[in-house]
Ligand binder design. Structure first.
Ligand SMILES: Cc1cc2nc3c(=O)[nH]c(=O)nc-3n(C[C@H](O)[C@H](O)[C@H](O)COP(=O)(O)OP(=O)(O)OC[C@H]3O[C@@H](n4cnc5c(N)ncnc54)[C@H](O)[C@@H]3O)c2cc1C
Length: 416
């Protein structure tokens, strides 16, 4: 049996078969010939969302698609495309996406399927750029969902439950330049007193803490270059501009990171924290992340502060980001402007698994939603209450996949 590991190496998939179709026709036949299968992206999720006791299908051998349309500007890509290869081609054509995650290594289909996000008060998660999505569903048919159609909001952040995504159309805008600046040691009380101002001090803002002291160790600002604009930042709340480039995990070398110190550069070389040609983040790690309504940022961070002594020994770094509200049924930012509280953990699952319930309990009053692609221990009964459109999604999934061909234990837990 093939053995496949996720990027972090903490999940081992042992599918019956690893399917590698070379044409859409072959993919359609494989889907109908399989009793259980899951699509696989670039394997950057940390939990068992992609796992199956049936077959895994990878789209890496299908023909590549890169089709630009001018009015409105969009690009249509294949289901295996990764941001790291897509973005330079877009930039060369004078075009850009609205935002990116911390790393360019991930597949667009996998990122959109899990509600992956960057930071920015006015920026929706990456799935909000999708205007059309085409899938091979359980009966081998090709189905397209377009923005504006009734089921479209269920089809984008879909966790691989509706079928295999083979084409995505993404909204574009003219290419732009970004300056990235890092500030150090923003006192936490000042940051929380002025949370809205701090998070609005650039188009994309990330706060990093290691929970060892009441300080945001680093603040990363990503600012569009506008002629005549000054490079400034959260200095007014007590932080200092970094004099050298930094890695969010301070003891790691910053050459894995995108350029800082306010140097202007193309959007796709500044919006991710990590460079495509380097290992992102720590490499040897686990991750969890929880989303709360933006209005609860201060309460939720205060609640976690109460257990900082338990978090600090296990965490490599925590990152706080903001995300605009959207209307995608399973998006963690559905219906509410959100704050994402992320944890990069030491690779010690037994200890992390013991701590997560305490974090989830602290965040319970704020109706936290866990990241679909990261580790959580929240019971499914609780997760279900967080998504008002879950019944709509379950009905859509039952229509697209009546025999449960794309189901796995994760989806059985969520959908019942
Ligand atoms: C170092 C690191 C940094 C990260 N940073 C961020 C971040 O900044 N923001 C954030 O939100 N997340 C972040 N993540 C999480 C990551 O973005 C998500 O886990 C995302 O799903 C990764 O996409 P993938 O292609 O690897 O998906 P996979 O892990 O391969 O798959 C995830 C899900 O997508 C489905 N899927 C994949 N391809 C298809 C397809 N073609 N059709 C249908 N379903 C499909 C799979 O079935 C599965 O259910 C990070 C992860 C790592 C390892």
């Amino acid at each position: 049996l093939p053995t496949i590991r996720n990027w972090a190496g903490n999940q081992v998939f042992r599918p019956n078969r690893l399917l590698e179709p070379r044409t859409i026709g072959e993919l359609r036949e494989l889907v109908t010939s399989s009793s259980r299968l899951r699509p696989l992206g670039s394997r950057h999720s940390f939990n068992d969302l992609a796992a199956t006791d049936g077959d895994l299908v990878t789209l890496d051998h299908l023909p590549r698609i890169f089709e630009l349309e001018a009015d409105p500007p969009t690009v249509t890509i294949d289901g295996a495309a990764r941001y790291g290869e897509l973005c330079p081609s877009l930039d060369a054509a004078g075009l850009a996406l609205h935002n990116l995650a911390s790393l360019p290594h991930i597949s667009v289909a996998g990122a959109c399927a899990t509600g992956t996000h960057g930071s920015g008060d006015r920026l929706g998660n990456l799935a909000t750029a999708v205007s059309a999505i085409e899938l091979v569903t359980a009966n081998g048919a090709t189905v397209k969902f377009r923005r504006g159609e009734p089921d479209f909001p269920g089809a984008v952040v879909a966790l691989g439950a509706l079928g295999v995504v083979i084409r995505l159309t993404l909204d574009l805008q003219p290419s732009f330049e970004v300056r990235q600046s890092v500030y150090e040691r923003l006192p936490q009380p000042d940051a929380l007193d002025h949370f809205d101002e701090v998070m609005a001090s650039a188009e994309s803002v990330s706060l990093f803490t290691r929970w060892r002291e009441p300080v945001f160790d680093q603040v990363w600002l990503k600012r569009r270059v506008v002629e005549g604009e000054e490079v400034g930042g959260p200095a007014q709340f007590g932080a200092t501009a970094a004099a050298i480039e930094l890695h969010p995990i301070r003891e790691l070398a910053p050459d894995a990171c995108t350029p800082q110190l306010g140097r202007a550069g193309p959007w796709h070389e500044r919006l991710p924290h990590f460079r495509l040609d380097h290992t992102p983040s720590a490499g040897d790690e686990l991750q969890s992340e929880y989303f709360v309504g933006r209005e609860h940022a201060v309460g939720a961070l205060g609640a976690l502060d109460g257990i900082r002594d338990r978090i600090a020994p296990l965490v490599l770094v925590t990152e706080i980001r903001t995300i605009a509200a959207d209307d995608l049924w399973l998006s963690p930012a559905q219906g509410r402007a959100s704050v994402a509280i992320h944890f990069t953990w030491r690779p010690d699952w037994l200890s992390v698994r013991e701590l997560l319930p305490a974090i989830e309990l602290a965040l319970e009053p704020y109706q936290a939603r866990p990241h679909w692609g990261k580790l959580f221990t929240m019971p499914w009964s609780e997760v279900r209450t967080r998504y008002p459109h879950l019944p709509d999604f379950a009905a859509l999934a039952a229509r697209a996949d009546p025999a449960g061909r794309f189901r796995n234990a994760f989806l059985d837990g969520l959908l019942g």
